[in-house]
Design a protein around this ligand. Sequence first.
Ligand SMILES: Nc1nc2c(ncn2[C@@H]2O[C@H](COP(=O)(O)OP(=O)(O)O)[C@@H](O)[C@H]2O)c(=O)[nH]1
Ligand SMILES: Nc1ncnc2c1ncn2[C@@H]1O[C@H](COP(=O)(O)OP(=O)(O)O)[C@@H](O)[C@H]1O
Length: 204
Amino acid sequence: MKRRGMLIVLSGPSGVGKGTVRKAIFDQGANEFEYSISMTTRKPREGEVDGEDYFFVSKEEFEDRIKNGGMLEYAQYVDNYYGTPLKYVNETLDSGKDVFLEIEVNGAKQVREKMPDGVFLFLTPPDLMELKQRIINRGTEDMATIDKRMKKAVEEIKTMRDYDYAVVNDDINVAVEEIKTIIRGEHLRVTRVYPEYQEMLGEM
Ligand SMILES: Nc1nc2c(ncn2[C@@H]2O[C@H](COP(=O)(O)OP(=O)(O)O)[C@@H](O)[C@H]2O)c(=O)[nH]1
Ligand SMILES: Nc1ncnc2c1ncn2[C@@H]1O[C@H](COP(=O)(O)OP(=O)(O)O)[C@@H](O)[C@H]1O
């Protein structure tokens, strides 16, 4: 029987660099896993594409989806809904491919209850000042929203212990390498990944 894919969940406060890290991992070795595109009621930012960054929907559409059991998880974050469509995740895992979710902590908790075999990663900033600076530099949120997100960040960081791994995103290249190593290690169930193992055990 074909091995079911592995679910990889990445959480962490807004602005820590989840999107940047995820894109770097995908750019370096696509096809290793599939990214699950979330649904949200948030308005698209400049440059964001519907069906690529998110499925952008109305509050009514989102609530219908919840009622119909179409969400693996969902949460209200600051002023909007965010959630993971269930069908895509199940079908992709069934096909043997890994699925990568980038979601906030309440959603991750729901996924952990439903799919405890997943690998749960928390990306954490070196410190809160640096986190705030990154959100400001990104230039996508006004100051009131930034303050709300910073308050959330403190609560989110407190849940770090619930994760299998916490990775510090100080140097982006180091964080990316650490996450890739964790994923490879989880596949093989070994504590260190030598190239020979990869050859002996085949596809990871
Ligand atoms: N629970 C849940 N959270 C999500 C989902 N998609 C995105 N998020 C999280 O919602 C929060 C806000 O996302 P967004 O407005 O795009 O801001 P950004 O992550 O700072 O770029 C972030 O913590 C995201 O990781 C989802 O499908 N479910
Ligand atoms: N290791 C890092 N060092 C410095 N800046 C970073 C680092 N990782 C990400 N950033 C920057 O921080 C900002 C927030 O990153 P982003 O990926 O949008 O975060 P998130 O998806 O977690 O909200 C972006 O402007 C990004 O370029």
